[in-house]
Design a protein around this ligand. Structure first.
Ligand code: UD1
Ligand code: PEP
Length: 452
């Protein structure tokens, strides 16, 4: 287990490059299973989830080469039911192999996936959609087993514009017979990127980015070359880093349209966001004003930025009401932010955040990926030292976040947790000693101990 030690109070400034999108590259990697020819994917972020999905594809039989930010995948020799259950349970996007495997090999097996514990995250829309195309699906012992003599296009109406279900059904339909129409489809930029990749493989898809996607099945897909879009959630996290530290950051490659819902809220809170060459410039103010927000499917405010935005609101002037509409359990960061002095009341899907003048460093835990990213932001803005445990969650979505922030002026280091402390935390939660020890270390000591 590793942790971050952050000494708050520095303003971030400089240039940072936005990496390829985790939530785009994962479905694209799953889609390489649809062809026996080689696919080349550029702008691949070096993230834990990508490593896990590569492992899963290799286990299924794919041959994969990493060359810096490029992945070369050949899935000519696949055993569709040979899945590494343990690895698949560690990540959410492993469920995206179902559609491609079923489409190309007519059978697939996958355990219910893992991922962040932010809600129950069922798969009924995926299953209903695949069944509508002709698959027989059984769920037993925590596994989903799917068979189809052949898949046939049909109209699939989604009760909710689910990102994962839209992706799985779109991939399955590429090799089905006839026309599939997905109605009330998800419109996220990651759906558009996946459709672009599938089209470059020879798939016939129209309407991606709207709520009606039409897929006309083809007999075969070929190899393709594709560059993944920049990560709008990573870009949004940097934008909030500039805002919360009263900094000045230039985000190279950030796509203005993709982060528009956040830009609008930041501008309303007083932050200056402007276009800058091929990216964006974000300049903070000494204290932002509170804004209200509700998470929605794209182009609404993203659920994946809600925790980071909540971190900013904890130090805003006024009161902010945050409504989480996508995941029923995505406020765990509120408890951790409270340890740092935030004033937050959570009632079901609503959080009321009363801004305080400043947060104070404390010992906190990253309960999930974006909750962890939010705590890093809070730690950089807080007075004193913040220790964030369990940062493995953060590594799922950000590559060496501490190095990026340190280059921009933050005082942040990663360290391995001492063995005894790790044991103690596992057994009893945080000891009183630990709670007290870290906030009390002086900055001078920290500089000496951690070379900040
Ligand atoms: C709409 C939305 O913001 N989706 C987010 C979701 O995608 P992800 O694909 O994980 O989740 P979905 O978009 O499918 O889920 C949206 C909602 O639909 C429900 N649901 C989903 C599938 C299903 O079969 N049954 C069902 O009830 C979920 O519980 C959730 O309440 O998490 C990703 C990682 O945080 C984000 O990048 C996506 O932007
Ligand atoms: C929760 C996230 O990822 P996953 O769906 O992979 O758990 C996320 O990207 O914020």
């Amino acid at each position: 287990m590793e942790r971050y030690i952050i000494t708050g109070g520095t303003r971030l400034h400089g240039l940072v490059e936005v990496c390829g999108a985790k939530n785009a590259v994962l479905p694209i990697l799953a889609a390489t299973l649809l062809s026996a020819e080689t696919c080349v994917i550029h702008n691949v972020p070096q993230l834990q989830d990508v490593v896990l999905l590569v492992e899963i594809l290799e286990y299924l039989g794919a041959k994969i080469k990493w060359e810096k930010k490029t992945l070369i995948v050949n899935a000519s020799n696949i055993n569709p039911t040979e899945v590494p259950e343990e690895t698949m349970k560690k990540m959410r996007a492993s469920n995206l192999v179902l559609g491609p495997l079923l489409s190309r090999f007519h059978s697939a097996r996958a355990p219910f996936p893992g991922g962040c514990a932010i809600g129950s995250r069922p798969m009924d829309y995926h299953i209903k959609g695949l069944e509508q195309l002709g698959a027989s699906i059984i769920e037993k012992y925590g596994n989903i087993e799917a068979y189809a003599h052949k898949l046939t296009g049909d109209t699939v109406y989604l009760d909710f514009p689910s990102v994962g279900a839209t992706e799985n059904i779109m991939m399955a339909a590429t090799l089905a017979e006839g026309v599939t129409m997905i109605r009330n489809a998800a419109r996220e930029p990651e759906i558009v990127d996946l459709a672009l990749f599938l089209k470059s493989m020879g798939a016939k898809i129209e309407g991606a980015g709207s709520d009606n996607i039409q897929i006309t099945g083809v007999a075969k897909l070929h190899g393709a070359d594709h560059t993944v879009i920049p990560d709008r959630i990573v870009a949004g996290t940097y934008m909030l880093a500039a805002a919360i530290t009263n900094g000045d950051l230039v985000l190279r490659n950030a796509v203005a349209e993709h982060v528009e819902p956040l830009t609008v809220k930041l501008r309303a809170s007083g932050v200056i966001v402007s276009k800058n060459g091929k990216g964006l410039r974000v300049r903070g103010v000494p204290r932002v004003k509170s804004v209200d927000l509700k998470t929605m499917p794209y182009p609404g405010f993203p659920t994946d930025i809600q925790p980071q935005m909540m971190a900013l609101m904890t130090v805003a002037q006024g009161t902010s009401v945050i409504l989480e509409n996508i995941f029923e359990n995505r406020f765990k960061h509120a408890d951790e932010l409270r340890r740092m002095g935030a004033n937050i009341i959570v009632e079901g899907r609503v959080a009321v955040v009363k801004g305080v003048k400043r947060l104070t460093g404390a010992m906190v835990e990253a309960t999930d990926l974006r909750a962890g990213a939010a705590l890093v932001l809070a730690g950089m803005a807080a007075e004193g030292i913040t220790v964030i445990e369990n940062i493995g969650h953060i590594d799922r979505g950000y590559h060496r976040l501490e190095q990026k922030y340190a280059l921009l002026g933050a005082r942040i280091v990663r360290e391995k947790m001492p063995r005894e402390e790790e044991q103690e935390i596992k057994q009893d939660g945080l000891s009183r000693d630990q709670q007290e020890k870290f906030p009390l270390i002086s900055h001078k000591e920290m500089e000496l101990n951690y070379k900040i």
